[in-house]
Design a protein around this ligand. Structure first.
Ligand code: SF4
Length: 430
C-alpha cells in the first residue's frame, strides 16, 4: 500500500468549509471523532419483554464485556465507570458477572461466536487472582472452536508481568494497551497519575514476546499537548514495534477544533504509513492488512454482525435492535439488566447507512478501502446507489469517495472526514 497522501492545510480548510455548508455539524456532534453510531430519532422504542421475545435464541457472533473500574478518572475520560472501589466490591462484580454469563449462555446461541473483547474502565483493576477467576468465567461459558480473537484492554499503571501471564494463560491472543502519551508531564496534567514511561515500554516489550497481537492507543487533544509532543509519541510507539496503533481524539482539547482535529489524523496516518504500517481505518494503522494487528471485533461490528454486551453500560446490537445495560452503580447495587430507556429498533434505512459508513471507516476486506457492493446487496436486497444516490454524488464530487461497479472506496482525503460522513449519511433518513 502507498503511503497516505498528506493533505495540505489550504485544501483541508476549503473542503471543511464546503462540507460545513452542505451539512453543518451541530454543537452536540463530533466533527472528526471516533464514536460508533447507535441510534437515530426515527427509531422506535421497544419494551424489555418484547425485545427478549424477539432476540432470544439468536446467534451471537461478537461478545463485549465491560469492566467498570478505574483507580481514578483521567480528566478527559467520559467512559462509564466507577472509581476507588475496594477489593470486596470488585469481587462482588465478578460474582454478579458470573450469574450474568451463565444466564446469557443459556438464552443465546454462541456456537458461531467469533470474538470476545474485554474492555473498560480498566479490566486489570481487578486484582490478579480476581482477573484469573473472571477470565475463567468467560472461558467456561463462551469458549469454542469458532473463536478467532480474544482481546483485552489493559491500563499500564495497574499491569505487571504477572497480569500479562494470567491473561495469556487464559487463551487471550490480543492485548490493547492504553498508553495515551509517553510524556509524563502531560499525563499528570490530565490526571493520569502513576504511569511511568519506562515501565510502559517494558510492559509493551513483554507483551510483544507473549502475544501475537499487541495494540497501543495514543490520544490527541490532551491538555498541554503540542504537535511536537504528539510526534514524540508517534516515534516512541514506533520504537516499540506494536502490531497496531490507534489515535483517539478529545474534541475539547483542540483550540481550533475542526481543522486541528483533521490535521492530527493527517499527521498520524502520514507518519505511520511512511514507516511501513498500513491503514485499516481512519484512526488505526497495523503492520499487515487483515492479519498482523487486525481487530476482528471491529470487523464484525462494521458488518453489523450480532454483538452482545455484558457487564454494566455495555452496548449490544442484535438483529437491528440497539440497547445498553444498566450503569455501573445500578449494576453493583441491583444486579445486571438492560436499561429499558435505551432500547431502539433501528430502521432499515439506519442499518443501511451504518453498513455503508462503517465500511468506509473500518476496512474489512484486504483489497477494498470501503464497501463491497455485492455484500451490501446480499444483506439488504438493494444497491447503495439506489438508496443513497444524492449523498454518494456529494461525497464523490468532494473527492471523499470513488465509486466503480463493484465497490465504493474512501479516498485519503475522505479518511479525514469520516465523522462528517457519519453525520451526513445518518442525518438523511426522512
Ligand atoms: S484509565 Fe482509561 S478508562 Fe480509566 S479513567 Fe483513564 S481514560 Fe478512563
Amino acid at each position: 500500500m502507498n503511503p497516505f497522501r498528506k493533505i495540505g492545510k489550504i485544501e483541508l480548510e476549503k473542503t471543511d468549509e464546503v462540507l460545513s455548508r452542505e451539512k453543518p455539524i451541530t454543537d452536540t456532534q463530533t466533527r472528526y471523532g471516533n464514536s460508533y453510531y447507535y441510534g437515530s430519532s426515527e427509531d422506535s422504542s421497544v419494551s424489555r419483554e418484547s425485545l427478549m421475545r424477539k432476540i432470544e435464541g439468536t446467534e451471537i457472533k461478537e461478545l463485549y464485556v465491560h469492566v467498570p473500574f478505574c483507580e481514578r478518572r483521567c480528566l478527559y475520560c467520559t467512559y462509564s465507570l466507577v472509581t476507588g472501589q475496594d477489593e470486596a466490591t470488585r469481587e462482588r462484580y465478578v460474582d454478579e458477572f458470573s450469574s450474568e454469563a451463565e444466564d446469557v449462555a443459556n438464552r443465546f446461541n454462541f456456537e458461531g461466536l467469533r470474538t470476545v473483547h474485554v474492555g473498560g474502565g480498566t479490566p486489570n483493576r481487578l486484582t490478579n487472582p480476581q482477573l484469573d477467576k473472571f477470565l475463567g468465567i468467560i472461558n467456561s461459558n463462551f469458549d469454542g472452536e469458532s473463536l478467532v480473537e480474544k482481546a483485552i484492554e489493559i491500563t499500564p499503571s495497574e499491569a505487571n508481568e504477572g497480569t500479562l501471564q494470567i491473561i495469556r494463560r487464559n487463551g487471550f491472543n490480543r492485548v490493547s494497551i492504553g498508553i495515551q502519551t509517553f510524556n509524563q508531564e502531560i499525563n499528570e496534567l490530565n490526571g493520569r497519575l502513576n504511569q511511568d514511561s519506562n515501565d510502559v515500554r517494558t510492559l509493551v516489550r513483554s507483551a510483544r514476546e507473549l502475544y501475537p497481537n499487541v495494540s497501543v492507543d495514543l490520544l490527541a487533544g490532551q491538555r498541554g499537548q503540542t504537535q511536537r509532543i504528539l510526534e514524540d509519541d508517534y516515534k516512541s510507539a514506533l520504537d516499540l514495534d506494536p502490531n497496531s496503533i490507534y489515535l483517539y481524539q478529545i474534541r475539547q482539547g483542540f483550540k481550533n477544533r475542526g481543522v486541528e482535529e483533521i490535521e492530527a489524523l493527517n499527521e498520524f496516518l502520514s507518519f505511520f504509513t511512511q514507516h511501513g504500517y498500513e491503514i485499516v481505518s481512519h484512526n488505526q494503522v497495523i503492520k499487515k492488512r487483515n492479519s498482523d494487528g487486525y481487530c476482528e471485533q471491529r470487523d464484525g461490528r462494521a458488518k453489523l454482525e450480532n454483538l452482545l454486551g455484558l457487564g454494566p453500560s455495555a452496548n449490544s446490537e442484535i438483529e437491528g435492535f440497539a440497547f445498553t445495560n444498566l450503569t455501573p452503580s445500578k449494576y453493583l447495587k441491583f444486579g445486571r439488566g438492560i436499561d429499558e430507556e435505551t432500547i431502539r429498533l433501528k430502521t432499515q434505512r439506519n442499518q443501511k447507512a451504518l453498513r455503508l459508513l462503517r465500511a468506509l471507516r473500518y476496512f474489512t476486506d484486504p483489497s477494498i478501502n470501503g464497501l463491497n457492493i455485492e455484500s451490501y446487496r446480499e444483506k439488504f436486497g438493494s444497491y447503495p446507489a439506489e438508496d443513497f444516490k444524492d449523498q454518494l454524488n456529494v461525497l464523490r464530487q468532494n473527492t471523499l469517495v470513488t465509486i466503480d461497479p463493484t465497490r465504493i472506496q474512501i479516498t485519503d482525503k475522505g479518511m479525514l472526514f469520516t465523522q462528517w460522513i457519519d453525520n451526513y449519511l445518518t442525518g438523511h433518513y426522512k
